[in-house]
Write a protein that binds this ligand. Structure first.
Ligand code: ADP
Ligand code: MG
Length: 315
């Protein structure tokens, strides 16, 4: 009898344990389910939107300015973060635009100032020096007849004066290339190239008239690129090509010199006080043109700038 009771008790205990095990099993399953739902919610509302924002923000390092204008599907805090980033980008863009306007105004005032200086040198300084040179020439005639040392000194002074006048004329040409207005872009660049014996200049395509501001920008680009090739490249050969294509006018300046490591962003040059290439790029951007620089150490440099013809015609 006792035996039978014991067996019954054991069976009862076992059934209770089995029952408890079942409940535990369900509890674990439900907890796991809730946990998975929670994880999914965290992934969808927090991690994914954050990841999207982080990916967009990473492109800032490469100089891009993403809009952050698509509302995030994330939690309130993530959406706030997106709005802050959007606001920050807006501020950066505004600051950049202000800087561009300021620099363009600066470039224009530089050109005006160059024109003023060039005119003053041409109208005052050179004219006075030419008069002095003539006076020296006239004074030298009677003295020459005496075959004195004074005539040699006068000749030397006159020759020096003429070199000085030539130098000033060159300075004027660089300050304000009047030849640009008189003879056009190709002739102005050709004259610029005459000073560089290792430079070959050629024109491709059929030349057509272009807007003066853009012509001036192409000329300034040629000046800077040629000056860089002379100063920095130690090149044996420099080539400048002006290409008149139906849609755009392009200038390409290449050298076979020592080249250089391009910074991640060209803007970095500004912090080292180098503004030449940046200046070309900004002028081109302002006029709706393009600017490219390709360079590698020991492999030379190529600068390409172009302005679209449509914009020129519209301007
Ligand atoms: N053709 C070139 N060959 C070699 N290095 C160049 C050339 N053009 C530019 N560089 C390098 O790029 C730098 C930036 O040029 P740039 O912006 O014109 O400034 P800057 O001429 O005043 O130094 C130069 O200091 C030089 O190191
Ligand atoms: Mg330079």
């Amino acid at each position: 009898m006792n035996h039978a009771n014991t067996v019954t008790n054991v069976i009862n205990d076992a059934s209770q344990i089995v029952h408890f095990d079942g409940v535990l099993h369900w509890c674990i399953l439900i907890s796991l389910f809730i946990f998975l739902i929670g994880m999914l919610w965290v992934a969808l509302r927090v991690l994914l939107p954050l990841r999207r924002l982080a990916k967009q923000a990473a492109s800032i390092i490469d100089g891009k300015l993403p809009e952050f204008d698509t509302p995030s599907s994330g939690i309130w805090e993530v959406e706030q973060l997106r709005r802050s980033l959007q606001h920050m980008i807006g501020q950066i863009k505004q600051a950049q635009e202000r800087e561009i306007v300021y620099r363009n105004a600066l470039t224009e005032s530089q050109e005006t100032e160059r024109l003023r200086i060039a005119r003053e040198i041409h109208d005052d300084t050179i004219q006075s020096l030419v008069v002095v040179a003539h006076s020296l020439e006239r004074a030298a005639h009677p003295i020459k007849a005496l075959a004195s040392d004074a005539s040699v000194h006068l000749d030397t002074a006159r020759a020096q004066l003429i070199r000085c006048i030539d130098g000033l004329r060159q300075l004027i040409a660089n300050l304000r290339p009047t030849v640009l207005d008189e003879l056009g872009l190709a002739a102005a660049i050709e004259i610029l190239c005459e000073d560089h014996p290792n430079l070959e200049f050629s024109v491709a395509g059929c030349a057509y008239e272009i807007d003066h501001a853009q012509e001036l920008a192409l000329f300034r680009a040629a000046q800077e690129a040629i000056c860089n090739a002379e100063r920095h490249a130690l090149a044996h050969r420099i080539t400048a090509t002006l290409i008149y294509a139906p849609a755009a006018v392009t200038l390409e300046v290449s050298d076979d010199g020592r080249g250089f490591e391009l910074p991640r962003q060209l803007q970095e040059f500004a912090s080292y006080g180098h503004f030449g290439l940046l200046g070309i790029r900004e002028r081109m951007a302002h006029l709706g043109g393009q600017f490219k620089v390709a360079s590698e150490p020991a492999a030379g440099t190529r600068i390409t700038v172009s302005v679209p013809r449509a914009a020129l015609a519209a301007a």
